[in-house]
Design a protein around this ligand. Structure first.
Ligand SMILES: Cc1ncc(COP(=O)(O)O)c(C=O)c1O
Length: 425
């Protein structure tokens, strides 16, 4: 039933069951030990200062360039920027793109969040089926539920989503809902929230499942550049004809939060996503494309060389301190990205309640695990033959190591460990 307020106008139905993003909500807290949102803590500010200083000179010398850069542009992005992105995606990520002739297969959005939303918006009718890991990035889960999608969550281990269970879910979806799923969603490199990385064998298996049943595989590669070890090939590299995998990247983690995501989508998907984007925001600001074009052409190599070891240092500091100070539980062991996932051995532990009662008053913020499970969704039964209601695992938390410097991590995680030990014994 739609909400109504005083004057008789009513709100759409979704406003009744979708709450504000819990991560956005956490941004209001100003604490000393911040391990919550996926905020990059290592932003190459000198590089961006140089780019902007250089641009200001160029704009004064060439007012027409300034007029063009301060104007509307094509919905899917400026050709010069798409060419730069195509080159990086080809040269560094190994995507099968012919950069000279094929750069138009790349398009941009206002953050990859907009691409995720537009993908769901263009593919999902109420009742359609979407497969996600359990737990999964809530920025994907919540719009999926909002649009009426049926989410089937798949168990994950320390290597990420389990392909055999994806196969079972596809079969159950056909039998129970009379539908082949439209989307399989994964974050293969240093997942949000668990920080796990899918081995190549699992990537191949997921690709094969998507091929066999004509499902769109959404490969959200938000953390693909922030890798401490050798990078594993993107699933998109298997998609030689560009017809199976929607590949999404973002500048937010590897450059700065200028709200630019980039994607390589099968042409029919791209057409619909850009149609949607056209009505959502008309286009992405040209000025930020100019800044990022400079960054991707001339600076990203150096920025990553400096930044990645710093993220790794933070990750190691967090992992070590968890091992030394937390009570019994398991944690993931990320090889990149921004997050470690911790699960208490005690099933009755409620990380949401603990955060409000104990962590925040002690200047500590993390993200409780519960929001990374759909507010309504399904999970496989033990025999893999049916689904039942999916339930959040409340004894979990996502700890972000990206933002706080190592000394704050060492101090804060030890403090959290002491408080958890006091609570859980
Ligand atoms: C897995 C994943 N996908 C997408 C996004 C959205 O990123 P942005 O909209 O900043 O590009 C995030 C942000 O944290 C993320 O973690």
């Amino acid at each position: 039933m739609a909400n109504t307020i005083g004057n008789g106008y009513g709100f759409a139905t979704w406003t009744n069951f979708i709450e504000e993003s819990q991560i956005r909500d956490l941004l209001k807290y100003n604490v000393k030990y911040y391990f919550a949102g996926g905020k990059p803590g290592i932003i190459p500010t000198d590089i961006f200062a140089d780019i902007m200083a250089d641009l200001s000179v160029r704009y004064k010398e060439n007012p027409q360039l300034a007029i063009d850069d301060l104007n509307y542009g094509p919905t899917g992005g400026q050709p010069w920027f798409l060419k730069t992105l195509a080159k990086r995606l080809h040269d560094v990520r190994g995507l099968p793109i012919d950069c000279e002739n094929d750069w138009e297969c790349v398009s941009i959005t206002n953050g990859s969040q907009q691409a995720l939303y537009a993908l769901l918006d263009t593919l999902i009718d109420p009742g359609d089926v979407i497969i996600t890991p359990s737990p999964a990035y809530l920025g994907f889960l919540v719009p999926a539920v909002k649009l009426g999608g049926r989410v089937i969550t798949i168990p994950t281990d320390l290597d990420g989503i389990i392909p055999e269970d994806v196969e079972h879910a596809v079969e159950v979806s056909k039998k129970k809902f009379g539908k082949v799923p439209d989307i399989i969603y994964v974050v293969p490199d240093s997942d949000n929230p668990k920080g796990t990385t899918l081995p190549m064998k699992r990537r191949q298996a997921l690709f094969d499942i998507a091929e066999a049943d004509d499902i769109l595989l959404v490969e959200d590669s938000a953390y693909a550049e922030i890798q401490f070890k050798k990078k594993i090939k993107a699933i998109k590299t298997l998609d030689k004809e560009n017809e199976r995998v929607a590949y999404l990247g973002t500048s937010s983690k590897e450059a700065a939060v200028l709200r630019v995501g980039y994607s390589v989508l099968p042409p029919n998907v791209k057409e619909q996503v850009l149609k949607d984007k056209g009505y959502l925001d008309l286009c992405t600001a040209t000025l930020v494309q100019r800044i990022l074009d400079e960054y991707y052409r001339n600076y990203i190599g150096e920025a990553m060389r400096v930044g990645i070891p710093k993220y790794e240092e933070r990750c190691k500091a967090m992992a070590k301190t968890i091992d030394e100070s937390f009570p019994a539980g398991i944690r993931t062991d990320p090889t990149g990205g921004f997050f470690i996932w911790w699960q208490s051995e005690n099933k009755d532990f409620d990380a949401t309640e603990f955060m409000e009662r104990v962590a925040i008053p002690n200047e500590l913020l993390y993200v409780p695990g519960a929001p990374f499970y759909p507010i309504s969704g399904h999970r496989l039964t033990k025999d893999n033959k049916d689904v039942r209601e999916s339930l959040p695992e409340h004894n979990t938390m996502r700890l972000g190591f990206s933002y706080a410097p190592p000394d704050i991590i060492l101090d804060g995680i030890e403090r959290l460990g002491t408080l958890l030990t006091k609570e859980l014994g």
